[in-house]
Write a protein that binds this ligand. Structure first.
Ligand code: AFP
Length: 327
């Protein structure tokens, strides 16, 4: 039974990264305990204000955000923090070597219905040690990430993490509050017959995505020659976890629903960390045609279409888009 601390000490060469991951995991224990109490902990419902995204904040969005912010501000290795819930990045310790980005509570619309939610995090290098960090310091492509992962508050609390070439899965033991390794080299099958998409947006998608979903629905009666199944957790962290466990395809594609939003998901603290995990587990992640991790960001709240999961299915979608664009 290897704990998170033992795993990091054995496999990670960076004391700074180890320390920040430990801080994030410790806050995860607190958030997990609050969620276990649910309505009894007065965490349900709206906080009564909107975040920078213009979204109604849930009470636990604010609680989780503040817990993470307070803990990271005390971590000497953290030079700054960028959160989905805050307009601008928050400077921390100028001599720190790391920047931390997070979605403190992904899937918060699930809280009040007792469904899975999570915390997604991304760790980037801080390149201006000694100076006060600013938004622009965070604008690094996803392939620059030093580590990434998520906490999934589901039927059990789990931590998925990548610090090197592999993806490790931990489960939280509520009796000891230790995260214990349950899989140290997660791999995703190249093919799948399971997909996740919010199909109510069908009329807003680009034609190639409409054609792709039409083919999956046609199943064995159509060009794909086999039936597909669908799932939708409405929390990216839950859909990505399922893919890491049994393969699959997840997409929140480009849509014309809101001309100011090319996609719903945020590049810096949703798409990038999840794409790093998926690629290191042998999958692929694009915006339909371009590798997510190669996208050069221009804003910490930038949104991006996302197609990720089993690599042959991601490639199939890319080919459909390329063929359509050549017509
Ligand atoms: P919330 O955190 O506002 O619930 O949004 C979650 C999310 O960003 C992502 O985790 C889900 O995959 C996606 O939105 C669900 O979006 P829809 O509610 O449009 O299905």
């Amino acid at each position: 039974m290897t704990t998170l601390a033992q795993y990091l000490n054995k496999h990670s060469t960076s004391a700074a990264i180890n320390d920040v991951i430990t801080t994030l995991a410790d806050v995860g224990v607190t958030i997990s305990e609050l969620l276990r109490k649910g309505a009894l902990a007065d965490i349900m419902g709206e906080a009564g204000n909107q975040n920078v995204q213009g979204e109604e904040q849930k009470k636990l969005d604010v609680i989780a955000n503040d817990l993470l912010l307070d803990a990271l501000a005390k971590n000497a290795h953290c030079a700054g923090v960028a959160s989905e819930e805050l307009d601008d990045a928050t400077p921390a310790n100028n001599d720190g070597s790391l920047l931390v980005l997070f979605d403190p509570l992904d899937g918060s619309s699930n809280i009040d219905i007792n469904m899975a939610v999570g915390t997604i995090f991304s760790i980037l290098p801080y390149l201006r040690q000694g100076h006060t960090s600013e938004n622009s310091d965070f604008l690094q492509a996803g392939h620059q990430q030093l580590a990434a992962g998520y906490l999934l508050y589901g039927t059990s609390t789990m931590l998925a993490l990548t610090i090197a070439d592999n993806v490790i899965m931990f489960s939280l033991d509520p009796d000891t509050n230790d995260y214990v390794v349950i899989e140290d080299n997660v791999q995703i099958d190249a093919d799948t017959s399971e997909y996740a998409i919010n199909s109510s947006n069908y009329r807003y998608w680009h034609v190639p995505m409409q054609n792709y979903i039409d083919e999956l629905i046609a199943g064995r009666t159509g060009v794909r020659g086999r039936d597909f199944n669908t799932r939708w957790v409405a929390a990216m962290v839950g859909d990505v976890h399922r893919i890491l466990c049994r393969g699959g395809l997840f997409t929140y594609p480009f849509d014309t629903k809101d001309i100011n939003k090319p996609g719903k998901l945020r590049l810096m603290y949703e798409a990038n960390p999840m794409s790093l995990l998926i690629e290191r587990a042998g999958g692929a992640a694009t915006d339909a045609t371009t590798r997510i991790l190669d996208i050069e960001p221009n804003d910490i709240h930038q949104r991006v279409p996302v197609v990720l999961g089993s690599k042959n299915e991601v490639s199939y979608i890319k080919n459909l888009h390329m063929q359509h664009d050549q017509v």
